[in-house]
Design a binder for this molecule. Structure first.
Ligand SMILES: Nc1ncnc2c1ncn2[C@@H]1O[C@H](COP(=O)(O)OP(=O)(O)OP(=O)(O)O)[C@@H](O)[C@H]1O
Length: 601
């Protein structure tokens, strides 16, 4: 039950991930996702058939009107026949509008379901999958790629029945009017089809490049927006502008390449279409002159020619979109088919009877794609009512160690147990209830302070929020805010200071009331006095919980019940401040670098 699924392939940059995107059958994806939208789909098809049959009928009616009414000056025939023709046209237009409406409903429904499934799937992803795809690509796949498929489907629904009916029905009608002239029409269709084929063949690789370029633009844009302050501070606007211009130019080039192919072969098809019309008029004019054809029939024939060639060209539009949609389908399938490396076990433990004893034994972990393990055989215990501190130089593996506890990643070897139960056997909801991780970089969501504080416990009342804020030393500044708990904060907590954000993140975890608290350098942005006050308040407020504190400052952890010294992924000492100071040179060096001798003793 605790076996690890195979590690996902390493992320070698977006390009490599993109090249690896599998080809997916767009048809299978569409069939699967259109199933729940059968009703609008069938209505769309029915209305399209009605409108197509009506559009095939109108030219014949028109020919009769000209031959029997206009040519002979029979006004009453013109009025009677014209009225009927008008009624058929109204039916045609109404059916066309309804066909487009229901087709769009089915396609939009498919788009909505695809986006929803992508969203749910990404929510199941562990940190490893998030790193593999990258946020910009996941955003493009959920928006742009879905739009590609919806747009193509909307067009295809309009054409996939109408085009063949018009082509076959139109040719049959044309044959009844004039056989040799229909031959001219038939001859031009293969030429146009060859042009379409070249467009489609050249579009597949170009589409892949285009989607990757859009990912690239999103990536630069996202970094630019999130890192705007750093960019300003280092006056790197020009550099960023240059990066964006490069990504933008790459997309423009790719789009132009696609555009050139489309323009060349599209124009070729158009030329042949027009040459066909000219040939028809040429031959038809001769026939009218020698009296073997009526003028109404020529006009009807021309209308059929335009209808047939128009439907072939419109189909070309769908064919041109198909390669991009195919690439998009592949990218979407890749996300949907990715099994999260961390999933709930089948018979997960849903409740823990114990008080929150945390035991890490022989924990070893290597990041996917990395050569060396960042943690090797780490042991750590945290007990209710006690504080366990982890200290070590930067890059020692402290954050990684804490992230393993709530299963942001899974250990490669060793075990992590809470009250004797392996975290890999626990239900995710139980993990969330039991373990409260306050990350190094606290993230707040757009909304109010209250909505953020209630994130892990939606039922908490205002008193609970204020209690948590008081413990987290955040009550004063929240009270001073214009709307108190209802003060709106920007996405990512952009409208509060770093220290305020850290304290709000601590308060959010306190509101969730877990049994084990993991503070990952969560006091680093606080001044020493606030840091001390916060820890004193925590000692009273969460006296029964187990606390693990990662800190850089010795003053933050010197009173801990147990201090674990981590060095290059290994535990090099465990004990109290006094014990370690005496016996552990690594710890003594860290202490000496921060405290005066007197403070240390
Ligand atoms: N997502 C990742 N993929 C690959 N390597 C990573 C990843 N995150 C961290 N590392 C590497 O793992 C090692 C340990 O990183 P970690 O963040 O756990 O250290 P830390 O002790 O918390 O450092 P600090 O005190 O600076 O926060 C580092 O060498 C880092 O480069």
């Amino acid at each position: 039950m605790t076996g690890n699924p195979p590690a996902p392939p390493a992320r070698k940059g977006d390009d490599a991930a993109e090249e690896a995107a599998p080809e997916a059958s767009i048809l299978r994806l569409i069939v699967e996702y259109l199933r729940p939208h059968r009703r609008p789909l069938l209505l769309a098809i029915a209305f399209q058939i009605v409108q197509t049959l009506a559009s095939l009928y109108v030219p014949t009616l028109n020919a009769d009107l000209i031959n029997n009414g206009v040519a002979s000056g029979d006004t009453s025939y013109v009025l009677r026949h014209g009225g009927f023709m008008l009624a058929v046209t109204v039916v045609q237009l109404t059916a066309a509008a309804l066909g487009v409406y229901f087709g769009a409903r089915a396609a939009m429904g498919l788009g909505r379901d695809l986006r929803a499934d992508l969203f749910s799937q990404v929510q199941r992803f562990s940190a490893a999958e998030m790193e593999r795809f990258g946020a910009p690509s996941l955003i493009t796949r959920s928006t742009n790629d879905v739009t590609q498929i919806v747009t193509m489907l909307t067009m295809a629904l309009m054409l996939f029945l109408t085009a063949p009916i018009i082509a076959i029905g139109g040719l049959a009608m044309a044959l009844t009017l004039d056989v040799p002239m229909t031959g001219v029409l038939l001859a031009s269709i293969p030429v146009i089809s060859v042009a379409i084929y070249f467009i489609v063949v050249s579009m597949v690789p170009a589409s892949r490049v285009m989607q990757r370029c859009i990912d690239g633009i999103n990536k630069v844009m996202r970094e630019h927006i999130t890192g705007i302050r750093v960019i300003r501070a280092f006056v790197r606007d020009d550099h960023e502008q240059h990066r964006f211009a490069e990504a933008n130019a790459e997309l423009t080039d790719a789009s132009l390449r696609v555009g050139r192919v489309q323009a060349f072969f599209g124009a070729t098809a158009m030329v042949f279409g027009n040459l066909t019309s000219i040939a028809v008029v040429w031959i038809g004019a001769g026939r009218i002159a020698d009296g073997t054809m009526q003028i109404g029939d020529l006009i009807a024939f021309l209308t059929y020619a335009v209808l047939i060639l128009g439907s072939v060209m419109m189909s070309m539009g769908v064919f041109m979109m198909a390669p991009r949609a195919k690439v998009a389908a592949g990218r979407i399938r890749e996300v949907l088919d990715t099994e999260p490396t961390i999933a709930d076990p089948a018979d997960a433990v849903r409740d823990l009877p114990g008080p929150g004893n945390l035991d890490l034994e022989g924990v070893t972990f290597r990041y996917a794609g990395a050569e060396e393990a960042v943690l090797r055989g780490v042991d750590l215990v945290a007990r209710p009512g006690q504080t366990t501190a982890v200290i070590g130089s930067t890059g020692a593996g402290k954050t990684t160690l804490l992230n393993l506890v709530p299963r942001l990643f899974d250990v490669d070897a060793g075990t992590i147990r809470v009250d004797g139960v392996d975290v890999r056997d626990m239900d995710r909801a139980l993990i969330a209830r039991t373990i409260g991780l306050v990350p190094q970089r606290a993230y707040l969501f757009s909304g109010t302070i209250a909505s953020n504080l209630r994130y892990g416990n939606p039922d908490a009342d205002d008193d609970a929020l204020w209690r948590a804020l008081t413990t987290a030393q955040a009550a004063d500044f929240v009270r001073a805010m214009p709307d108190g708990l209802d003060t709106v904060i920007g996405q990512g907590g952009s409208t509060v200071s770093g220290g305020q954000r850290q304290r709000l993140a601590i308060a959010r975890t306190l509101v969730a009331n877990p049994r084990v608290y993991l503070f990952d350098d969560s006091f680093s942005a606080l001044d020493t006095a606030t840091d001390a006050a916060l820890r004193a308040a925590l000692a009273v407020d969460i006296a029964d919980a187990a606390q693990v504190i990662v800190a850089q400052r010795v003053s933050t952890i010197r009173d801990a019940d147990r201090i674990v010294v981590l060095e290059a992924g290994r535990v090099v000492g465990t004990g109290t401040h006094e014990e370690l100071l005496e016996s552990n040179p690594v710890y003594a060096e860290i202490v000496n670098s921060q405290l005066t001798l007197q403070e240390a003793l």
